[in-house]
Design a protein around this ligand. Structure first.
Ligand SMILES: *Cc1c(COP(=O)(O)O)cnc(C)c1O
Length: 428
């Protein structure tokens, strides 16, 4: 790893502990040393050496109310004093049941059965298991595959890697070890639509579900598609008796301008997955929510028809208390209007980047702003230049993007976009 940027002021715990840490998505031999963070507030990260960074990423798209929101903190403190955790196998509790009924009420259609897990990847695995067993319980043993999409990302576990983009994704190395699913192009123009239908028809007898991220393929490079694409998928699923799984782990809770991205297409999936902003970025929690007819396929006198899944920390009361507090904030504060304002500022202030050399595209949707370059030779080095300018932005693939907290102050947002413009114009 390259020398720690914190210099001689590195705290003792950093020097002692770092040699024992394995960091995510990092070549540990050459990666820049991580920053020693000691405090967060609002949209600010404070480092051990006293520097502060304006956060443009919101902790991997989760901290939609900013950091340390007092309402969430109070909910956790209260829950911590009462009942931090119990097993969900045989006991239930108010935070989980209230959260389940609130999610059902917020989600479109009859999405009304909530299965809690503790990470996004696992919630996708549960959705896939539901879709597979949905067939098995009906005596259809051959339909075990998913139709997923190029550019897609659904998690890092073995089962979810198999429905990510096989070439572009981060997982092509594991190809041989993964289950085989059908990976199609999203039906966006004549050629891709023809190819999508060709694969759909050819494999229909073995496909149980279509799975996609609605409107934005996030980790695949913040690739946008229109609501019409989702309507095509819903129709195709209906025509071939397939389930439609929408992975709203990134898009859920306002990020694209509506509470859920599928609302913009006016469609309802059979299964939806939620995580990232579910707890306002405070604790690990995810949910897989099924339509009534999916759940009903598991109701039977045969014990083998039960869904055999149950994470140890399923429906953790602290995490559910966070999520309830986060939903309170969506009710009490004008989050969707804030997203509209963010979109307007992002569109206005990122647009000039289009004229910079090496810039391929500039795009915004809701509280997502993207500057796509022809190529970023060294995303890590680019990140260091942003850090030197006092902002926390994490370029990946060929994009520089912002997914700020919805509560970000306009001056901080303008600082982020101005810094992107400045740093990219000094690129050459
Ligand atoms: C982040 C993400 C996941 C994986 O969630 P983890 O909590 O990291 O396991 C899955 N799908 C989408 C769309 C995501 O953005």
């Amino acid at each position: 790893m390259q020398a720690a940027p914190n210099g001689p002021t590195n705290p003792e715990w950093y020097e002692e502990g770092l040699p024992h840490i394995w960091l995510p998505y990092a070549q540990m031999k050459t990666a820049s040393a991580p920053l020693a963070a000691v405090k967060t507030y609002g949209t600010t990260l404070e480092l051990a050496d006293g520097r502060t960074l304006t956060d443009g990423v919101a902790a991997w798209w989760t901290a939609c109310h900013g950091y340390n929101h007092p309402h969430i903190r109070k909910a956790v403190e209260t829950q911590l004093a009462t009942m931090p955790h119990i097993m969900f196998g045989g006991t239930v509790h108010e935070p989980a049941l209230r959260l389940a009924s609130r999610l059902s009420a917020m989600l479109p259609g009859d999405l009304e059965r909530v299965f809690f897990t503790d990470s996004g990847s696992v919630s996708v695995e549960v959705a896939m298991k539901m879709a597979i067993q949905y067939r098995l319980n009906k005596g259809q043993t051959k339909r075990t595959k998913m139709l997923a999409f190029k550019g897609g990302y659904h998690g890092d576990t073995l089962a979810t890697m198999a429905v990510c983009d096989p070439e572009e994704g981060m997982h092509h190395l594991y190809g041989q070890a993964l289950a085989k699913h059908i990976i199609a192009p999203l039906p966006q123009d004549e050629a891709s639509t023809a190819e999508f239908y060709r694969l759909l028809k050819h494999h229909a007898h073995e496909i149980t579900a279509i799975i996609t991220e609605p409107l934005v393929q996030g980790a695949g490079g913040m690739l946008f598609h229109t609501p019409e694409v989702l309507r095509i998928l819903r129709k195709a699923a209906d025509e071939h008796d397939m389930l439609l799984i929408l992975d709203e782990i990134f898009t859920g809770f306002g990020r694209t301008g509506t509470l859920f991205a599928c609302e913009q297409a006016g469609i309802v999936p059979d299964i939806i997955t939620l995580s990232k902003a579910l707890t306002g970025g405070t604790m690990a929690l995810a949910a897989t929510v099924a339509l009534r007819h999916v759940f009903e396929a598991f109701l039977s006198d045969n014990p083998e028809h039960a869904l055999m899944h149950g994470p140890t920390f399923m429906a953790n009361p602290l995490a559910c208390a966070c999520a309830n507090a986060s939903l309170d904030l969506f009710e009490q504060e004008p989050r969707l209007e804030q997203v509209q304002r963010i979109q307007a500022v992002l569109a206005e202030t990122l647009e000039p980047c289009r004229a910079l050399p090496g810039v391929k595209d500039v795009r915004t949707l809701g509280a997502i702003g993207v500057v796509e370059l022809e190529k970023i030779a060294n995303p890590d080095a680019l990140r260091q230049r942003f850090i030197a300018q006092g902002v926390w932005i994490r370029p990946f693939r060929s994009i520089v993007y912002l997914t700020p907290a919805f509560t970000i102050m306009e001056q901080d947002l303008r600082k982020l976009t101005a810094t992107i413009y400045r740093v990219l114009s000094e690129q050459t």
